[in-house]
Design a binder for this molecule. Structure first.
Ligand code: HEM
Length: 512
């Protein structure tokens, strides 16, 4: 009898839960303040659509499709919208003013259980950290860092000669560029390179970091699906792979602390004005705590190496593509026609090459290294003329914006010339239209814009100019497509980039 009552009580409770959930769905679909915005129905009633899309690695393409289907504003979760217009980007990420409030970073994306310059959500705390590290990214500091970039690029060029040119074998440039950018950032962060290019193999520290890419993507989702929290916590007990990842991460943390400790021991004015020089000299005792500095080191390396490696990789892929052979030719003519010697290539001089700049701008438009719209939370403010109540989660998707025909003509075509001023004498509507450059923001904008933007430009310009000067290259048959076969987790998972390189006839440098 008692069993029967408990059984029916359970049934009633279950029914109540189901009715409550149904009622809540009705509310979300028809009465919630975002119910007027279109989007997938599943996204309107639960976080499942968002999480499923995010962990599929296909986020940019799925959001792009959603915008094509539903328009400029899409509801991507019960309390979250994705935008696609240039004005929405400026409103969400641009600097606040007397008349406009700041949109802070969303805790549902940036709370990873640790803090650093990129993850800090409190604007005042972020401003303090920014002040401490900004001097390392100013022009004077960058000038003192350029020799690090030059030396590493020269080593790359000479190693490619040995391992690729002389053997005639295709090299996986995705890997080589990753080695290059991690070596550079390693030296600017820890005061010592990872020596991957020299030893032609990935450093353990980097392998663990990149291996965690997919796991990190799940961690970022635990605020959306509460079940993910316990799953992630208990996974190492039940899964050998998860246990190995956790062990790898612990070891990684230990190694990061050791490397930071070594950098601190070198003192503030170590060789170059690297990322820690100013902080070690002027930071408070609290700011100079080992744990805090090692957390900053992690973000400098994560944000500063993979992004540049991806940008250079996609640039090389486009230039090697047979459809864009004319772009490669134009760039070769510009670089080889400007510099009498390989050694003359500097960051300042490379910055004056309009076509080189246009090629990089176009590659960053086609495949931005950080393509997803960074989520923000509305303080109660308008976005592109539409009022967003406080607490609404919002973002502008960069991939959708960079490939929107209203912003860019022929958005899927790699065409660096769209970045150049229209030809002389081209008047009328055609001329005006071509002068309108697309709106792009691969480094974001406003107070949370990329702190490493100037360093990134020097690195990309010097590396690309020197590679173009030293080598001719072509893609190996069967090489994956960098526009369609890359997956996005926290960062892009780069496909292979199989390239055959030859010494540029009569234009080879004396390096190596
Ligand atoms: C092509 C290269 C790069 C691209 C496309 C890029 C892109 C971005 C973007 C879009 C953001 C904003 C992210 C957000 O709002 O969550 C960002 C932030 C950041 N980037 Fe970069 N980045 C690049 C290179 C670098 C380099 C070389 C460094 C050097 C350390 C760096 C360090 C950072 C840091 C520390 C932040 C956080 C800044 C803050 O919130 O104040 N990035 N980057």
């Amino acid at each position: 009898m008692l069993g029967y009552s408990l059984y029916s009580l359970g049934g009633v409770l279950l029914l109540l839960v189901v009715l409550y959930r149904l009622g809540y769905c009705v509310y979300l679909l028809w009465f919630h303040h975002l119910s007027k915005y279109p989007g997938p129905k599943l996204a309107a009633i639960s976080e499942i659509w968002y999480v499923k899309t995010w962990i599929s690695g296909e986020w940019p393409r799925k959001i792009y499709e959603a915008h094509r289907k539903y328009g400029d504003i899409v509801r991507i979760a019960p309390n979250e919208l994705s935008f696609r217009t240039p004005q929405s980007f400026k409103d969400l990420y641009g600097p606040p003013s007397k008349t406009r409030k700041l949109f802070p970073k969303s805790e549902r994306f940036y709370d990873m259980g640790t803090t650093n310059l990129a993850l800090e959500m409190d604007p005042e705390e972020h401003a303090k950290q920014y002040k401490l590290f900004a001097p390392a990214f100013r022009t004077s500091a960058l000038r003192s860092q350029e020799h690090v970039i030059q030396e590493h690029v020269d080593l790359l060029v000479s190693q490619i000669r040995r391992r690729g040119v002389s053997t005639g074998e295709a090299l996986n440039m995705a890997l080589w560029l990753e080695w290059l950018t991690f070596d550079i950032i390693g030296e600017l962060t820890f005061g010592e390179s990872f020596h991957a290019v020299k030893e032609t193999r990935s450093h353990y520290w980097v392998t663990v970091l990149l291996g965690f890419n997919y796991g990190g993507s799940l961690v970022a989702m635990r605020h959306r699906l509460s079940i993910l929290g316990p799953i992630l916590r208990w996974a190492p007990v039940f899964s050998k792979a998860a246990e190995e990842t956790t062990r790898g991460l612990e070891q990684h943390k230990k190694l990061t602390i050791e490397k930071t400790q070594k950098r601190i021991a070198m003192g503030p004015s170590h060789k170059t004005q690297d990322f820690f020089a100013h902080a070690l000299q002027h930071g408070t005792e609290e700011e100079k705590e080992l744990k805090k500095l090692s957390e900053q080191a992690m973000i400098f390396i994560t944000a500063g190496a993979e992004t540049n490696a991806h940008a250079l990789g996609s640039t090389m892929w486009f230039l090697a593509h047979p459809d864009y052979a004319h772009c490669m030719k134009k760039l070769q003519d510009e670089v080889r026609g400007t510099f009498a010697r390989y050694e003359d290539i500097t960051g300042d001089r490379a910055a004056q090459l309009p076509y080189l700049q246009a090629v990089l701008d176009e590659a960053l438009r086609m495949v931005p290294p950080a393509p997803a719209g960074p989520p923000r939370v509305s303080p109660g403010e308008t976005v592109d003329g539409v009022y967003m109540p406080a607490g609404t989660y919002v973002s502008t998707d960069l991939w959708a914006l960079h490939h929107d025909e209203r912003n860019v003509e022929r958005p899927w075509e790699f065409d660096p010339s769209r970045w150049l001023v229209a030809g002389e004498g081209e008047e009328g509507e055609a001329g005006t239209k071509r002068r309108q450059r697309p709106f792009t923001a691969p480094f974001s904008m406003g107070p949370r814009m990329c702190i490493g933007i100037n360093l990134a430009w020097i690195e990309m310009r010097v590396a690309l100019a020197k590679m173009v000067y030293a080598f001719d290259w072509e893609i190996e048959e069967g090489c994956p497509n960098w526009l369609t076969e890359n997956k996005l987790y926290v960062l892009w998972k780069k496909p292979k980039l199989m390239i055959k390189l030859k010494d540029a006839s009569g234009k080879g440098s004396s390096v190596g």
